[in-house]
Design a binder for this molecule. Structure first.
Ligand code: FAD
Length: 543
């Protein structure tokens, strides 16, 4: 079997912005980013949100922030038991996810939940800032238990978690799989696919942007991600017939769910100025200090440029407060419009028994400033301040949106409308989470490490202030899913359990777009697991 990989972006494997862990985030908005944006979001003061996506070998795995974690058993078992995806459950996906990874053992992590033989290197970062040593005791004081095996399907608790980083402190990401490839793999970089070609409803290959036609000997696998896979299907004649006809695109297969069911994790943040005896990752804002740290990095010594986050907490609403849990639960239970299988599942996560095992909130200890207001410029007296940031993430927002093409022109970005904060639960959850971040910071022993809340600041203190803060400051945490969902057609599915596009032949989708509903974890481990399973299916189909 021969494999051709067509990638729109270049090879970034030698670019320091991608390779050096401490430069995470520096590539956003640059040459390796598709730089997509949403349409204005009415729930969030009509803000237009960035939708960063990798346009480089390895896609978004080259840009991601290297959090390596895993969702809960119940959520993946629901793919089979509730959503009807036979064969897709915790057991099959867990085995596939572990195949992707080789974890470097650490005294901060137990035994279960990590892989030992895969191409992606993972480790617990050797840079743990002194003030982060207060992280676990602080969350214990808030009633959470310590979890030293948080990747084993039981994520609730406070944990020190791995990052996808090699033991030599370089990013480990999708191109690491190329080491396993043989001469049967051909890479075609800086080449954009314009559409998938069909004979009837059988995929025959692709047409590139320059008009070149490539014919597939066996099948076409679409892996353009949650925002561009549905767009490519629509450009190729698969989608809602009314939309396609309005753009004069001949309909190959009517599948109205293409581009629907868009879900994304939403985050809110708070930053705190450290006491003078603590030094944070913000030190790199000083250019001479940055140069020293970089030379340490290149010499193979411990350096701020090693840094990735390692302090995490996956939290049920009851830990935030029993009253908050009850209020949010009733908000969702009383909403009779939540009838789809996806919404019903999310609703079930808010009530016992699942509310005890499925996390609703994540809090990340992220050293240095990452807020919306911006780090003080060199002209400001605050420039040089050292901060840490708490990032809160709502795991199962109820807002669902869409992504659709608006033109036959392949270079016209799709209209992305996640409907952020459009469901009352999402706004209430984000508001409660923002307040909880302050509670966490004010809990000892973390409280002793900082003197001033830089963002949002003490002026934000009434219910109305917090809600306004949530509307003005909620961001995406880059996890769009669901736009080519693996579901039966009647439930809004685009692909079947073999990841084949319903009603077609010779065409699979293998990327985050097939994930039917948001997991309580960052996405990459699940995407590697889906890809591992897809590889087995492809081999089996063509043996
Ligand atoms: C900034 C950022 C931070 C993140 N942080 C984390 C994290 O810390 N931990 C975590 O677990 N997850 C994280 N994620 C999410 C995770 O990286 C993604 O969910 C995952 O990479 C998605 O994989 P994918 O295959 O669906 O899509 P992508 O990785 O986006 O790959 C799609 C590929 O298709 C290519 N492509 C698109 N259209 C075409 C076309 N027409 N022709 C040819 N090629 C095309 C793109 O260039 C890209 O290479 C982050 C994502 C981002 C963007």
């Amino acid at each position: 079997m021969r494999v051709l990989v067509i990638e729109a972006g270049p090879d970034g494997r030698h670019d320091a912005g991608i390779v050096i862990p401490g430069r995470k985030g520096s590539t956003l908005g640059g040459q390796y980013d598709w730089n997509l944006t949403t349409v204005p979001q009415p729930g969030a003061n009509d803000r237009v949100f960035a939708q960063n996506r990798g346009k480089v070998l390895g896609g978004s795995s080259a840009l991601n922030l290297m959090t390596w974690d895993r969702t809960s058993i119940a959520e993946l078992d629901a793919w089979e038991q509730t959503l009807g995806n036979t064969g897709w459950n915790w057991s099959s996906l867990y085995a596939a996810m572990l195949k992707a990874e080789t974890f470097q053992p650490s005294s901060l992590y137990g035994e279960e939940g990590v892989g030992k033989t895969g191409p992606i290197g993972t480790l617990i970062n050797r840079i743990i800032p002194r003030h982060q040593r207060t992280w676990t005791p602080t969350l214990l004081n808030l009633g959470l238990a310590e979890n030293r095996e948080s990747l084993n399907g039981h994520p609730i608790g406070v944990s020190t978690q791995p990052s996808n980083v090699h033991p030599n402190y370089t990013r480990s990401y999708a191109p690491d799989y190329l080491r396993l490839a043989k001469a049967n793999l051909v890479l075609k970089l800086e080449t954009r696919v314009a559409k998938i070609n069909f004979a009837g409803t059988t995929a025959t290959g692709v047409t590139l942007e320059d008009g070149v036609i490539i014919t597939a000997c066996r099948e076409v696998i679409l892996s353009a991600g949650s925002l561009q896979s549905p767009a490519l299907l629509e450009l190729s004649g698969i989608g809602d017939a009314t939309l396609l006809s309005s753009l004069s695109i001949p309909v190959v297969k009517e599948l109205p769910a293409v581009g629907q069911n868009l879900q994304d994790h939403i985050r809110i943040q708070a930053s705190f100025q450290l006491q003078p005896e603590y030094h944070s990752f913000d030190a790199l804002k000083n250019t001479s200090r940055a140069a020293i740290e970089l030379s340490q990095y290149h010499a193979g010594n411990t350096s701020f440029y090693d840094y990735t986050a390692s302090g995490y907490a996956y939290v049920p609403w009851t830990t935030v407060s029993p009253a908050t849990a009850a209020r949010l639960e009733s908000l969702v239970q009383n909403d009779t419009s939540l009838t789809s299988p996806i919404d019903q599942l999310k609703r079930s996560y808010l009530s016992p028994p699942l509310s005890h095992t499925v996390p609703q909130v994540e809090v990340i200890f992220s050293d240095g400033y990452t807020g919306l207001q911006g780090y003080p410029p060199p002209t400001s007296p605050l420039h040089g301040m050292h901060t840490f940031t708490l990032i809160g993430v709502v795991q199962h927002p109820l807002s669902r949106g869409s992504v659709h093409i608006t033109s036959r022109n392949t270079s016209q970005p799709p209209a992305i409308d996640p409907h952020y904060l459009s469901h009352p639960y999402d706004l209430s959850a984000t508001t409660a989470l923002a307040r909880f971040l302050r509670t966490v910071a004010q809990t000892p022993p973390l409280r002793a490490t900082w003197h001033t809340e830089y963002e949002p600041g003490v002026a934000v203190h009434t219910d109305a202030h917090w809600e306004a803060y949530a509307r003005a400051n909620t961001l995406s945490i880059y996890h769009p899913v669901g736009t080519c969902a693996m579901l039966p057609v009647a439930d809004g599915g685009v692909v079947d359990t073999q990841l084949r596009v319903h009603g077609t032949r010779g065409l699979r989708v293998v990327d985050a777009s097939v994930i039917p509903l948001l997991p309580s974890a960052h996405l990459q481990t699940l995407v590697y697991g889906i890809a591992e399973r897809a590889a087995e299916m492809v081999v089996e189909a063509h043996q």
